[in-house]
Design a protein around this ligand. Structure first.
Ligand code: 7RM
Length: 634
């Protein structure tokens, strides 16, 4: 992204923002025109609208995103480091992958995929730890026009098979295992189990990471390394249409199965590259580190695509913040002279509770920008981050966005936007937020609070839910007319800054992971003795939110703890340990409306101990149950 597209001061921001609202298409066209390589230019900049949910950007254009992320940098900066790989174990060598080397490895991997019969439009599942092959296989898919579906390697075999089957992946890329702190995890075993339920998978490519002895099914499973050794390092990029899907990424919904959000090629590229350049004020020799896993949208947009499209150096960290000790993040910052550091409030809260010695041991003076993402950052964590990591010298960018938005939407621009703790501050150019009340009215002016919507399409918006366009329409475009509904609440303060107040639906964010209540309840309800369950979130010091389950049983039990363990076991198997319940209360009933809907609002308040203000319970079918639940709350 050219320097001219980097906003330098507040006056310039307001000027550009106004232009982007007045002439959104011209605004994005100039960015697209001057910052990327296109095989063919677009015929239309933008078409469609939220009402008919048929948004298209740069239609008619042809490109390959890997030419933009890799090839075009080779002439001028082929030897520059593209990816720094920090292994789990600090005694293992840090790896510096140059753009030249990345190019060769991506092309080799792309050629293997082709050999295995993968063609443009085929879906490839990637289930890998945070090792270079994860970024490489993502880019290899993009190289040949295959649609990648990365599944976070902490997910269970059931979660994996659901996702594989939903988008009918033909091939899966995995590893024998992974390292996480002191633990090793046998990923291939999890894949084998998942594949018992997946008939669509034809081939399994296995990266060797932990030298484990694993089962290799002949005809189906193959080690990647010998194939890579033989493969050519030249692979012509598949020329894609602007609107061809680039990837699918699953995110939990408030009901039913996970939603496979589909992102486009051109719009997503333009949006992630532009936001990366501005929000991290990335300059040529900076070393940027985002601690997310590539299994989440943050990793897709701000470890892989956004940074590489800018020719940046991006760090991939395989490990965890507390191994070998709580100083690991700060050690990595010192060692690599990190200039931009992007992490989640849950990590900040966990590290803030440890001895400051872990921070003070390290020289963090290279830092220029600190980022936060995933959930609202509370004031205490914000201050700790600012004082102890930034030494009050690095602006904090509290970046609000979603899997669905593709990239950052509301955020300060560092050294441009004055920050206030807990405020994500102002929308990026091209983004038009609206705060709505429950009567479908937009609240004008400042000092208002309501549901956050976006009024005008931006290039990074997900185009559909894989295989279910109707659900896409229903979820995002039916609550408010001709607007994208985010599912989040927000308020605008007296100067027009936005503060995100949390989800307004049944998605709970635990340690930065979006968890839908419905799939967890579905899992619990499979226990033979569970009659019904309702999951709510309650505030938790480290995780932001934790889960509280209210469960009615078929038969009473004399060993509640055993039952609690069994329930959490089912959740671990079906969703993953992240979704385990912190508290489980067995109850003889759940508060319900007359139409039979569980009143989660009341359960949420009880779980949060806000029992003095339960609101109106008189409309309930069974108001007497409320006192009973309060009496026995945990
Ligand atoms: C990037 C990501 C999306 C949900 C979103 C919000 C919450 C994310 C912030 C935030 C307050 C923030 N994608 N959220 N960032 N809330 N302040 N800076 O996290 O799809 O996994 O989650 O996360 O509720 O709707 S996501």
């Amino acid at each position: 992204m050219h320097e001219n597209f980097q906003i330098k001061n507040l006056e310039e921001y307001f000027k550009i923002y106004r232009k982007s609202v007045e002439y959104p298409n011209a605004f994005w066209e100039e960015i697209a025109e001057k910052n990327f390589v296109w095989r063919e230019k677009w015929k239309t900049i933008m078409s469609g609208d939220f009402e008919s949910t048929n948004i298209k950007w740069f239609e008619g254009a042809k490109l390959n995103i890997t030419e933009n992320c890799i090839d075009r940098h080779l002439d001028k900066q082929g030897d520059k480091t593209a990816i720094i790989f920090e292994p789990n174990n600090p005694d293992e060598k840090t790896e510096h992958i140059s753009y030249n080397n990345l190019s060769k490895r991506v092309n080799k991997f792309a050629n293997i995929l082709k050999q295995k019969g993968i063609k443009k439009g085929d879906r490839v599942c990637i289930y890998l730890p945070m090792i270079p092959e994860l970024a490489i296989s993502v880019l290899a898919c993009a190289r040949i026009g295959a649609i990648h579906s990365v599944v976070f390697a902490g997910f269970s075999s059931q979660a994996l098979s659901t996702r594989i089957n939903d988008s009918k992946c033909k091939l899966i890329i995995t590893s024998d295992g992974s390292y996480r702190g002191r633990k090793t995890i046998n990923l291939k075993e999890i894949v084998d189990e998942a594949l018992n339920d997946c008939s669509c998978i034809e081939k399994v490519l296995v990266v060797n990471r932990i030298n484990a002895k694993i089962n290799m099914e002949s005809g189906r499973d193959e080690w990647v390394e010998p194939l890579l050794n033989k493969a050519s390092d030249i692979c012509e990029p598949e020329i894609m249409e602007a609107e061809d899907p680039l990837f699918i990424l699953y995110t939990s919904g408030s009901t039913g199965k996970p939603k496979g959000m589909v992102h486009s090629t051109a719009g997503y590229m333009v949006y992630t590259a532009y936001t990366f350049k501005n929000i991290f004020q990335y300059n040529e020799n900076d070393i940027y580190w985002c601690t997310a896993d590539i299994g989440w949208i943050t990793g897709h947009s701000y470890i892989v695509y956004g940074p590489l499209a800018n020719g940046a150096t991006t760090v991939m960290f395989e490990g965890v913040p507390n191994y070998p000790d709580y100083g690991r993040f700060w050690e990595i910052i010192e060692k690599n002279k990190i200039t931009q550091f992007y992490t989640a409030p849950t990590a900040i809260r966990a590290l803030a509770k440890e001895n400051l010695k872990f921070v003070e041991k390290h020289d963090l003076s290279s830092l220029k920008v600190l980022g936060s993402v995933g959930e609202p950052i509370n004031e205490e964590a914000w201050n700790w981050y600012n004082e102890n990591i930034g030494k009050k010298n690095s602006p904090i960018v509290d970046t609000w966005w979603q899997t669905e938005t593709g990239g950052i939407m509301i955020s300060p621009i560092p050294y441009v936007t004055p920050t206030i703790p807990t405020f994500a501050t102002l929308p990026l150019p091209g983004i038009q937020p609206a705060i709505m009340n429950s009567n479908q009215e937009e609240l004008q002016g400042n000092q208002v609070e309501g549901s956050l919507c976006i009024k005008y399409p931006w290039p990074g918006i997900a185009r559909t839910i894989w295989g279910d366009h109707n659900r896409y329409k229903q979820t995002y475009f039916s609550t408010f007319k001709d607007m994208y509904f985010t599912g989040d609440g927000a308020k605008r303060n007296e100067v027009g800054y936005y503060r995100l107040t949390g989800r307004v639906d049944d998605v709970i964010i635990v340690s930065g992971h979006n968890l839908g209540t419905a799939p967890i309840e579905d899992a619990i309800n499979e226990h033979p003795n569970v009659a019904e369950s309702a999951i709510v979130g309650f505030p938790h010091k480290i995780k932001g939110n934790a889960l509280y389950g209210y469960i009615t049983l078929k038969n009473t039990t004399n060993n509640e703890d055993l039952l609690r363990n069994e329930i959490n076991q089912i959740i671990t198997e079906q969703i993953g340990p992240i979704a385990k319940l912190d508290k489980i209360q067995f109850t003889i009933g759940l508060p319900k409306t007359r139409s039979g809907k569980i009143m989660r609002r009341i359960l949420r308040k009880i779980a949060s101990n806000e029992i003095s203000d339960l609101g109106d319970v008189s409309t309930l079918l069974n108001p007497e149950i409320v006192d009973e639940i309060i009496k026995r709350r945990i």
